[in-house]
Design a protein around this ligand. Structure first.
Ligand SMILES: [Zn+2]
Length: 69
């Protein structure tokens, strides 16, 4: 398998080739269910990997620790 193939790992953007993983976004689907999608931090391409969770009752983020760069 080449570096860009999606096999056991999805880490490389298939649009631009960025290889250091993805940001995530959350989209509320219905009460108690949210979709988790991925966004390439380099080119902005979003990916739907069919990741749906019922573990997020509402999209209401609380601020946590700030990690220095
Ligand atoms: Zn990309």
């Amino acid at each position: 398998m080449g570096e860009n193939s999606v096999g056991t790992e999805f880490r490389i953007c298939t649009k631009c080739g960025y290889h250091r993983g993805f940001h995530v976004y959350f989209k509320k689907l219905q009460e108690g269910k949210a979709k988790i999608g991925l966004i390439c931090p380099n080119c902005g391409q979003s990916f739907d990997i069919g990741w749906i969770t019922s573990d997020i009752p509402a999209i209401d983020p609380e601020k946590g620790q700030v990690f220095e760069r």
